[in-house]
Design a protein around this ligand. Structure first.
Ligand code: BTN
Length: 248
């Protein structure tokens, strides 16, 4: 059943104990003309990950989709995803987790000093609009919050595992507050992202349809694309793709 979820957040909250996918619900709300709504669930039964991957969403997590109607072009949309990554990383750090960002928008916890990590948060942004204008954007944020290690996929971790249970209400409140601050100040997103990035300085492989890029991740551009310096000294800018940290 839908439950009223009161937060002093700059978004209205629609809370469900269980739902198929909060991103699908955000899509429905978008079709009804809604804006500035966050759909939150304790459990999802049909959640979706990036690149058509599965995403596990047992009870105890923070499964959230934020629906906005920003006045931006599609080229600026990645900044919204990056700001969600920054906002979620900050909320996790406040909960006592050593959270960092893996390009473009995974929130991870480092394991050792070699760029290895366990995944804490995944983000899936979906949008609709024209070439020059975004109509709506739904940022889907999946946080392994109060979840036992036995219920996590391989290579994943949770806030419970890292720092003990978090007050999910407060976590969502802080996340949405920070997300709201960044959307009115898009220029500060990439600098904030850089501060939290685990990927910069790492040797990486980025998969692209046109061929993989291997080299050192040296920077992100103002739009959040990754700049990789290959072994022959060439600088390649990659705007999207799966990124793997390689062992040095
Ligand atoms: C990834 O593959 O890393 C992205 C995972 C995104 C999962 C979140 S959970 C809330 C929202 N609803 C979904 O069905 N997916 C996203």
């Amino acid at each position: 059943p839908a439950v009223e979820f009161e937060l002093e957040a700059p978004f209205s909250i629609e809370y469900r104990d269980s739902i198929g996918s909060t991103n699908d619900r955000a899509r429905e709300l978008a079709a009804e003309g809604a804006a500035d709504v966050a759909v939150l669930a304790d459990e999802q039964t049909g959640s979706r990950g990036r690149l058509e991957r599965e995403w596990s969403s047992p009870s105890g997590g923070v499964w959230l989709s934020v629906l906005v109607r920003p006045e931006i072009t599609p080229a600026q949309a990645p900044l919204y995803t990056l700001s969600a990554a920054v906002a979620t990383t900050n909320a996790a750090r406040e909960a006592g987790v050593d959270a960092r960002i893996k390009w473009p928008n995974d929130v991870v916890v480092p394991v050792g000093d070699d760029g290895d990590y366990d995944k804490l948060v995944g983000i899936l942004t979906e949008m609709e609009g024209e070439m020059d204008r975004v109509e709506w954007l739904a940022v889907g944020i999946g946080v392994n919050a109060n979840i036992d290690s036995t219920d996590l996929p391989e290579g994943a971790t949770s806030i419970r595992e890292e720092a003990g249970d978090v007050d999910r209400r407060r976590f969502v409140q802080r996340l949405l507050e920070t997300f709201d601050e960044y959307r009115t100040d898009l220029e500060s997103v990439v600098p904030a992202w850089r501060e939290l990035a685990l990927t910069l300085g790492q040797r990486v492989r980025v998969e692209r349809p046109s061929g993989d890029v291997v080299g050192e991740a040296i920077d992100v551009t103002e739009f959040g694309a990754l700049v990789v310096e290959t072994d022959d000294g060439e600088r390649v800018t990659v705007s999207a793709g799966d990124c793997e940290h390689l062992r040095p």
